[in-house]
Design a protein around this ligand. Structure first.
Ligand SMILES: Nc1ncnc2c1ncn2[C@@H]1O[C@H](COP(=O)(O)OP(=O)(O)OP(=O)(O)O)[C@@H](O)[C@H]1O
Ligand SMILES: [Mg+2]
Length: 254
């Protein structure tokens, strides 16, 4: 089961991804967590220490490694680099959890990121098409890591949205992009939902059948995000996360 999480900046993608990973681990499943967000905070929420995370450079920034994988800095380079050993060498392991800090190619500037992209695409293929276990990817606000080739390997694209117009607009755009590249199942998750009005607003805007669940607004989530641990706050959203996981695990193949 391969799950990707996306949505507008700050809506709660990393919180949702970390929560779902924890539920899956609690159920005894092995999980491969991938941080593909340029902001890179999933690892801390999963319980790895800041020092450990800091020592692990995002793959996208390892220019030497990338050059070695795809060919030198000039001339031709291979479009299909071997990346299994990157996964082996740069993955943090904690019990049943494996964690890969992938990073994202930052947009802008005049440099060509073809090499970086070709390594990230190869990594994505291995992660979503070849890995056996549960893979949960925090995609950040963009889904450009996914290509037509890898999108078909994603079982669920979860799009997080707050009950606000701007966040809904981004959510709808992500849905269209996901459909365009061939992601098979797409579901919305409402977050920071304060009351029944908020929930009803999301149901009206998205259609109840597309809304897999709503996480309540919870001040301890906000407080605990400053220290980077989910403790009391996890208990507050665990019920909702459990329901979402049940829906996902029992979904039919389209
Ligand atoms: N249900 C909630 N109730 C209260 N605060 C929340 C809730 N969900 C997330 N938050 C808080 O909102 C902030 C943003 O959450 P998070 O980092 O998960 O969002 P994100 O979408 O990953 O952001 P970014 O786009 O920057 O990667 C954090 O401080 C987090 O603790
Ligand atoms: Mg995030």
């Amino acid at each position: 089961m391969k799950i990707a999480v996306s949505g507008k900046g700050g809506v709660g993608k990393t919180t949702l991804a970390a929560g779902l990973i924890r539920i899956l681990l609690d159920k005894g499943f092995p999980v491969f967590a991938v941080d593909a967000d340029p902001d890179l905070s999933l690892g801390t929420l999963l319980g790895f220490s800041e020092e450990t995370i800091a020592r692990l450079k995002p793959i996208v920034e390892m220019r030497d490694l990338i050059a070695e994988k795809v060919g030198g800095s000039t001339g031709f380079f291979t479009m299909n680099p071997e990346v299994e050993d990157i996964i082996r060498d740069f993955t943090l392991v904690s019990g049943q959890l494996r964690f890969l800090k992938m990073g994202a190619v930052k947009k802008g500037g005049s440099s060509c990121y073809c090499r970086e992209n070709s390594v990230l695409n190869a990594l994505m293929t291995v992660l979503v098409v070849q890995q056996e276990e549960y893979v949960v990817m925090d995609m950040g606000a963009g889904i450009e890591h996914l290509t037509r080739g890898t999108a078909r390997g994603v079982d669920w694209m979860l799009i997080v949205t707050e009950p606000s117009r701007v966040s809904l607009n981004t959510a709808r755009t992500v849905k269209e992009l996901s459909q365009d590249i061939g992601v098979r199942r797409i579901g919305y998750i409402g977050n920071k939902v304060r009351d029944e009005n908020d929930r009803e607003y999301l149901v009206q805007a998205l259609g109840g059948e597309n809304l897999l669940g709503c996480m309540p607004f919870n001040t301890s989530l906000l407080e605990e995000s400053r220290t980077g641990v989910m403790d009391r706050s996890f208990a507050a959203v665990a019920g909702t996360l459990e329901q979402i996981i049940e829906k996902i695990l029992h979904s039919e193949k389209p």
